[in-house]
Design a protein around this ligand. Structure first.
Ligand code: HSE
Length: 355
């Protein structure tokens, strides 16, 4: 056991407010409950969830901390959080951000990939109020990522978003920390779990609609799965990698895009006969004329490393000057997997609190 980890360090107890409490927020809440003692023992990480504000599940604020198990139970049983027996209810997201005693905002609301709103305003106002933000919300990072990181820094807080690309599989942190000494020339791979799952199921003979319905049931797909199957979710992730890792300033539509809706079961069967496989591939690369980025279906030979990445698993290859190619493969979507990415961001905040 790493003795450094065991070092007893006095840290602050985080007071967290969830803005949004859908699949991802609940995923984090479940992990926080399950690992509460372990997190305290291993990392000195302690927390209270003081507020939740969600369009569908209602909202509640209790400054001394909610019973997270009870909250999860209420949501599972279709009860509004407005019925929580203590605290104040009915608070809107911005009121929760500004007026609650939370020092960490977990922003997991709906994403608009074109404007970043309304999540953008949540993140901005939280940072202005000197509250840390951890978020899986792609919109604000894709559209205003660098501005928000600077705003956080100016206000002495952090804006962390590991889960915006490939859920909890460490991609942003890999590029930002571990590969920091390399010039990354290109990033290429599979960045959408839903479409990779659908294409994998179609290869087993399942109809497109049935595979999509399964992906929705399993919590891989966005609230509106059009974003997944038309390639918009992947386009946003490639935009984030282009801007936050490669130093570009791309708008969403600067990333060329095509989805998988044009691929039929016959196309998949035909490819199989040729020892090939359809994959939705995204890439961003540095060129003499700037960053070039795209997303689209590619028919790959089975010998290609990406061809064997199946189901909701994603993979990204970083082509670097000093290390050559570095590939990371891991979950690309899912309740716990994405909840985990927020835990990683919280532990990074916790690490930063060390004296
Ligand atoms: N809908 C997304 C996917 C979730 O399928 O990859 C993670 O962003």
């Amino acid at each position: 056991m790493d003795t450094q980890k065991k070092k007893q360090v006095k840290k602050m107890k985080f007071k967290m407010a969830f803005i949004g409490f859908g699949v991802v927020g609940q995923g984090l809440a479940e992990i926080l409950v399950e690992k509460k003692d372990w997190l305290q023992k291993e990392h000195g990480f302690e927390y209270d969830v003081v507020a939740i504000s969600d369009m569908k599940h209602g909202s509640v604020y209790l400054p001394e901390g909610l019973d997270v198990n009870k909250v999860l139970d209420m949501v599972e049983n279709g009860k509004s959080l407005d019925e929580y027996p203590q605290g104040e209810t009915g608070w809107e997201p911005l009121k929760t951000i500004m007026e609650s005693n939370a020092d960490v905002i977990v922003e997991v609301t709906y994403t608009d990939m074109e404007t970043g709103g309304p999540a953008l305003e949540h993140v901005r106002e939280a940072l202005k109020a000197k509250k840390h933000v951890v978020s899986t919300n792609k919109g604000p990072v894709a559209t205003h990522g660098r501005e928000l990181v600077e705003l956080a820094s100016k206000n002495g807080v952090h804006y962390l978003f590991e889960g915006t690309v490939v859920s909890g599989t460490p991609v942003i942190n890999l590029a930002r920390s571990t590969l920091a000494g390399c010039d990354i020339k290109e990033i290429k791979g599979i960045v959408n779990g839903t479409t990779n799952y659908i294409l994998s199921q179609m290869e087993e003979g399942m109809e497109y609609e049935d595979a999509l319905a399964q992906a929705q049931e399993l919590g891989y797909a966005e609230a509106d799965p059009t974003g997944d199957v038309e390639g918009i979710d992947a386009q946003g992730k490639i935009q984030i990698l282009s801007n936050m890792v490669m130093g570009g300033e791309l708008k969403l539509n600067d990333v060329e895009r095509d989805g998988i809706t044009g691929i039929t079961l016959d196309d998949v069967k035909e490819a199989k006969k040729e020892d090939m496989r359809w994959k939705l591939v995204g890439s961003t690369m540095k060129t003499d004329s700037g960053i070039k980025a795209k997303v689209g279906p590619e028919k790959l030979p089975l010998t290609h490393p990406l061809a064997n990445v199946m189901g909701p698993t994603n993979a990204l290859t970083f082509s670097t000057d000093l290390l050559g190619d570095v590939t990371i493969i891991g979950p690309g979507a899912g309740k716990k997997e994405t909840g985990f990415s927020l835990l990683v961001d919280l532990l990074e905040l916790n690490g930063n609190m060390e004296g």
